[in-house]
Ligand binder design. Structure first.
Ligand SMILES: [Zn+2]
Length: 468
């Protein structure tokens, strides 16, 4: 269906009225129809490259387990409101890369920040893109490979979104949450002690959110699905998308011709356990795909043709003052103890920036985003988002909302108030690695998410007490 100009719309009104009269079932299902375009591009690196995810890695990749992709789903409501979600088998979209991509999407296609979600799966066996981080650690040759790959990802994604936008065609959209339970709260359970009889401690969010995109004939065109769990089954030197890669492969096999797009949820404190074998990564991929398959086979919530989007960046502050140059030097030399080698690399990077006249900022611009697709609310938050955020947002907006983490920028861990007070790894990995985030982080993010939600008509719910 083409857009109708105001002039032509009156002229053909009578014709449409006849069509509606003759085909009530079609009009009922597809009146006010959505349009969608979906495209994918393979981004498997050519040859060996440094891999993102584990600080302990000492060498680049040695092969490819399966191809890795970037995928784009563009949707447009009947009023021409447009939004694009991009997913990728990558560790992270860091700010420098995300900003470059989003600036180009604005320049080339007029898309603003609120219309774009860039979500990375957070695979720990994918190619690295964060070349600034490795500037002192790697040889010039390895560093250049990362930089060239990041440039390629930027180019490919900008082109990919353009292709998705030019392939918009009528669709129906439906959503629903399924569930599967291979995520384990890694803060509150000891990996080495877990066996099949262990009683596991939460918190968790086992939701498997699914958005189904069908053409007017009922053919499945795209499946956007997510899960909140680190893709850290694998830690070897073969490029892959980990369990999330296997899940996408499985779904695209189950539904030939369909594009399956995986997004990472609030999985920062969740690990797939047990782990560390390829058959386990395949098992979790199949479990996730089976959870999606179940949702697709049941009645889903058909989404009305209205799209609203909102985005902002809030300045999150830190618990302590920014480090001075001499403090950073003391971290590198070990005078200030407790910093592993990869954080000493960060200290070197900060010193080089200070030497160039840059200042270390005492706050960080954190991206918060909300979409309303029909009655489906989606929150897309930046950083390594802990599961507590998903649980808190679901208390406010109900269990059917979709929460994405790792969206638009990954600058460090995003702990809840409780985790900040408990301490430990996820509490202490702010972008300013010498200090935690300020204790206000959770309140600030949740209140901004709520403000954005209200601005686009997402309703809060009274959380019903369920009788035993
Ligand atoms: Zn992580």
């Amino acid at each position: 269906m083409k857009h109708l100009s105001p002039k032509s719309s009156c002229f053909i009104f009578f014709g449409i009225a006849i069509l509606l009269f003759n085909y009530p079932s079609y009009s009922q299902k597809y009146s006010g129809t959505w349009k969608a375009g979906v495209k994918k591009v393979e981004i498997t690196p050519e040859g060996s490259i440094w891999m993102g995810g584990y600080a302990a890695r000492k060498k680049p990749s040695e092969g490819v387990r399966h191809s890795v992709y970037a995928k784009a789903l563009a949707i447009e409501d009947p009023n021409g409101n447009l939004a694009v979600v991009v997913t990728a088998d990558l560790l992270a979209f860091r700010k420098f890369l995300s900003d470059k991509i989003r600036d180009q999407l604005k320049a080339k296609y007029g898309l603003t920040r609120e219309q774009i979600i860039l979500n990375s799966s957070h695979t720990h066996t994918g190619p690295e893109t964060d070349h600034p981080r490795f500037q002192f650690q790697l040889s010039k040759k390895e560093h250049n490979k990362i930089q060239n790959f990041a440039d390629r990802v930027e180019r490919e994604i900008v082109e990919l979104v353009g292709q998705a936008l030019t392939s918009l065609e009528p669709v129906t959209l439906s959503s629903e949450n399924g569930l599967t339970r291979f995520q384990v709260n890694r803060r509150n359970n000891k990996e080495a002690q877990i066996n099949a009889q262990t009683e596991l401690k939460g918190p968790n969010d086992y939701a498997v959110p699914v958005i189904k995109v069908e053409d007017p004939k009922g053919n499945l065109k795209a499946i956007l699905f997510g899960y909140a769990c680190h893709p850290t089954v694998l830690s070897d030197y073969q490029i892959s998308g980990d369990y999330a890669g296997f899940a996408q492969i499985e779904l695209e096999k189950l539904y030939p011709g369909t594009t399956a797009l995986f997004f990472q949820g609030a999985g920062a404190d969740q690990n797939p356990l047990p782990r560390r074998s390829v058959p386990l990564a395949q098992q979790y991929g199949k479990e996730l795909a089976a959870a999606v398959e179940r949702v697709l086979n049941e009645d889903m919530n058909v989404l009305e043709g209205t799209l609203s989007t909102a985005y902002s960046e809030i300045d999150l502050t830190f618990a302590k003052a920014v480090p001075t140059k001499s403090e950073l030097e003391d971290i590198i030399s070990g005078v200030i103890p407790g910093y592993p080698d990869y954080l000493k690399e960060y200290a070197k990077i900060w010193i080089s920036r200070l030497d160039k006249g840059e200042k270390i900022k005492d706050s960080y611009p954190y991206p918060v985003q909300a979409w309303k697709i029909g009655n489906q609310a989606i929150f897309a938050l930046g950083g390594e988002l802990l599961v507590g955020y998903s649980l808190e947002l679901k208390k406010i907006f109900g269990p059917d909302i979709i929460v994405m983490g790792y969206s638009n920028d990954v600058m460090g861990y995003i702990p809840t108030k409780i985790v900040l007070s408990e301490g430990g790894y996820e509490a202490n990995r702010s972008p300013l690695f010498t200090t935690q985030w300020a204790a206000s982080i959770e309140d600030n993010i949740l209140s901004e998410a709520t403000r954005l939600a209200e601005s686009i008509g997402i309703k809060t719910v009274e959380y019903p007490l369920i009788a035993p």
